[in-house]
Design a protein around this ligand. Sequence first.
Ligand code: ZN
Ligand code: ZN
Ligand code: ZN
Length: 345
Amino acid sequence: MPRCYHCGERFDDLYKCDKCNQYYCYLHKDPINHECNIVKASLELQYSSNEPSHDYLNSHNQSSTNYAENISSTHQQQPNYQSSYSESSEIRGTTDGTFTWYRRESNIPDNAFSPNSGIEFKGILLPYKPEFLHLLIGSVLIYIIGLMGFYNPQNQQLLNDLGFGWIIFMVAGFYTTAFLFHEFGHRQVAIHFGLQTKFRLLKFGMIITAFGLLMGLISIASGVQGLPGLALPGAVVVLGLDKIDKKTGLCKAAGPTVNLIYGSILFAVSFLISIFPINLFIGMAASINFMLGLFNLIPIGILDGENIFKWNKKVYFFLVISMLILIIINYISIYLPPASNPYYI
Ligand SMILES: [Zn+2]
Ligand SMILES: [Zn+2]
Ligand SMILES: [Zn+2]
């Protein structure tokens, strides 16, 4: 029975992808679900490294073995299914800035994140630097974007007059922790399942973040306040989530669930604190969490939503509906006129 090129599971029916010419199961048949660009790139690289003329230049011995492998694989009955398990493949797995990296667990070496594992992390910035450095850089960038996004000259003047000018630093701190705790949710659940995982800065995410920084600078310079720029410098990369099952579903659902819990706690605390405007801004910090959670639940490829939706519709709709209800109550509380606003004491 043929195997899916992505998850390695055996299926009766496979679908061919016209872009990379490999065969996939129904779950991985769309290019976005099998990291099509990476498959194409790694097949091209594999092909060029297997060319006898090229290998001849390097070492004669090596060339003959590679050549033999090349011959044997092209003469197999089903070369398309077999080629993924060829040991000669240079790139055993890569991530292209998608938030989770899928590959059969059995293909992952124990030291996947170390330089000599044979895995090339294409979409990752500084791939062999410690996780702490990645977290530090990511957090600082998010904090700066948060500060710029929440800065508004008139509001800041009002806050300064009230003696609460520092509050913007608190809000940016909540913005940063909303992101960090979300990522730690994914990370801790993956560790619980014994999967290899690390927070990594992603090249694509850093481009988005650089754009967010630029937008922040423009809005401050022009005096026009925009929304906080999108800050997505990195994400938790989990190795070995091979198919959409409970393990994958829980790893994915952990991020938005953390935002739901963290947001709910902040929302409750905002009513317990009786100092205006600290209470109001903690209420806003709750909405940051609900927004972040909802954004990640959008059911498209690289966000958490798609795989939660495919895994368990009840969990998916529970998360979406509870966060929608909370964000509506939250917005009403924040934007009620002062006379009836619970925060204006
Ligand atoms: Zn598959
Ligand atoms: Zn493809
Ligand atoms: Zn997430």
